[in-house]
Design a protein around this ligand. Structure first.
Ligand code: FES
Length: 171
């Protein structure tokens, strides 16, 4: 197999060291693409275009393939995460007790779809399949804080401060 020279990392950010170490462990081979994507997402929280270009070059795979894989797997996030995160559980217990109503209330109120971030970057809306607290169903995780059982109105109320402008900001 021809040796692919490792290109320079996209920035001097030390987190790239973790990524390059992970790629090197796999011999910088094309089959390490998914593992490399995991490593980037773990280190940076998402996969931006520069990261995908880097992975494609480092592993000798076409950029189109890197984009294909990144968009195929819902696990991969292509946009920077929002300032706040809301995870709505849609596991069986939460689904039966109203999780879908919570999800659609947040989607409608903030014009965002599951897996996306609001246009202003305030909130990333995610879904999960059971977060392990079924006795709290329907449950959500707001900025890492597990809450439940919740009604759609309660979740919207708790999300409201995420959309308030900080004091002193220009109107
Ligand atoms: S199904 Fe939601 S916490 Fe288990």
């Amino acid at each position: 197999m021809p040796h692919v020279p490792t290109p320079p990392a996209p920035s001097a950010d030390k987190r790239w060291k973790l990524v390059t170490t992970s790629l090197r462990r796999q011999g910088n081979a094309p089959h390490a693409l998914i593992e490399g994507m995991h490593a980037v997402q773990q280190a940076f929280g998402h996969l931006e275009p520069a990261s995908l270009r880097y992975l494609a070059a480092a592993l000798g795979v076409p950029l189109s393939k890197a984009y294909g894989v990144a968009t195929f797997y819902h696990h991969f996030v292509l946009e920077p995460p929002g300032a706040h995160t809301c995870v709505v559980c849609l596991g069986t217990a939460c689904h039966l007790k109203g999780g879908p109503a919570i999800l659609s209330a947040v989607e409608r109120a903030h014009r965002v779809k599951a897996g996306q971030t609001t246009a202003g970057g305030e909130l990333s809306l995610l879904v999960a399949r059971c977060i392990g607290v079924c006795s709290l169903a329907p449950a959500v995780v707001l900025d890492g804080d597990i809450q439940g059982p919740c009604t759609p109105a309660q979740v919207l109320e708790r999300l409201a401060p995420c959309f308030e402008e900080p004091e002193g900001s220009p109107r």
